[in-house]
Unconditional design. Sequence first.
Length: 244
Amino acid sequence: MQLNPGSSNGILDEINSLCSTDATSYPTADKVRRVNSAYEELIGDIINADGTWQYDDTNLTDQPIGSGNLVEGQEDYSFASEYLQIEQVEILDSNSPAVYHKIKPLDRSELGDMSTEEYFGVTGAGNPQTGFPEYFDQVGDTIRLYPAPTSASVTLTAGIKIYFKRTADLFTTADTTQEPGLPSTHHVLLAYMASVPYCAVYKQNLVPWLEKKIDSMKKTLIEHYAHREKAKRKMIIPIITSFR
């Protein structure tokens, strides 16, 4: 279902039909904003539920992989806030040919009672110890590498590669034929969700019906993403119990 194709078959048309509204009583900008809010809410639910085949909006033309330069002796690297979840971090070594190596997320429980500076050490000048990064720690929109990279061990240019989960390609009021990056069976769910705030004020009798539809469709959407890796071969591994 397209956002606003002008043929009475779009998401905004469905909202108008449900709420008995038009572009004046329920402005297009408000509808689009609430569709986007609903869209991001669903993406959050999906990311928490998807299996080995992970979600990414089909409207986005690039892969959810980013790369960047490393700086000699620098631990902290920021990334765009639309990256909702870091999946994997790789560092390019200094060999020829150079190869990316997956590094591990930092589990602070492994440090015991020590701070990161105590555990990984600092130089005599108080700067971070350098080497080939073995761990990364994500704090907000920043990744911290331990130890800090050095050109003796890594390739600084395009030396970090990050695999991530991101939010959707959100709609603007100028979009007409763009469709949500969701199964077509659930496009109408965005219309239901965007109708609730309006109906909560002006059509309160519709709210229970909308909420029931939303709950039902959310469950089937999450089930879709939680189980869609069915093409992946499942293996049953026996557990051998010794009675000796």
